[in-house]
Design a protein. Structure first.
Length: 133
C-alpha cells in the first residue's frame, strides 16, 4: 500500500474512532475539497494531524500541526500497525484541550438548534417545534 493510500485509510479510521469516542460526527478534512487542511474535522477548535506510521518523529508532526492550526488547538493523533490510537498535545496546552472537550461534551448533550433554512430546521418547525434549550 502506498503512503498516500495509507494516510487516507488512517484518516478515515481515526474519524470513525473520534466519532465513537466523542459522539460527534468526524470525517476526513480533505474528503470533499481535495485541498490542504485538517486531516480530520469535527472537533470544534481542534486541529488534528493524523499519522499512521511505524516510526514517527513526534516533534516534527507536532510542528506541522502547529503550523496548520490557524488558531485552533494543535494535536497529533497517531498509531503504529496493530496498536491503539494515541493523542499527543503539548503539556502546556492540556488545560485548553480540557476546556474544548468539556464544551464539546456539553454541546453533544444539548446540540444547538438547526440553522434557519436547513432541512433540520424545516423538519423541526412542525407542530412539535424545537426541543433544544
Amino acid at each position: 500500500m502506498n503512503s498516500n493510500a495509507k494516510g487516507k485509510r488512517g484518516e478515515r479510521e481515526l474519524a470513525k474512532v473520534l466519532t465513537d469516542v466523542f459522539g460527534v460526527a468526524c470525517r476526513r478534512g480533505q474528503q470533499f475539497s481535495g485541498l490542504g487542511g485538517d486531516d480530520v474535522v469535527g472537533l470544534p477548535g481542534v486541529h488534528i494531524e493524523c499519522k499512521l506510521v511505524q516510526a514517527l518523529n513526534v516533534e516534527t508532526a507536532m510542528r506541522q500541526s502547529e503550523e496548520d492550526a490557524k488558531g485552533e488547538l494543535p494535536v497529533v493523533c497517531h498509531r503504529r500497525n496493530r496498536t491503539e490510537w494515541l493523542l499527543t498535545v503539548r503539556l502546556a496546552k492540556v488545560p485548553d484541550l480540557v476546556r474544548l472537550l468539556k464544551g464539546l461534551c456539553e454541546w453533544s448533550n444539548h446540540p444547538p438548534p438547526p440553522r434557519a433554512g436547513s432541512d433540520a430546521a424545516r423538519a423541526s418547525s412542525g407542530s412539535m417545534g424545537a426541543s433544544w434549550r
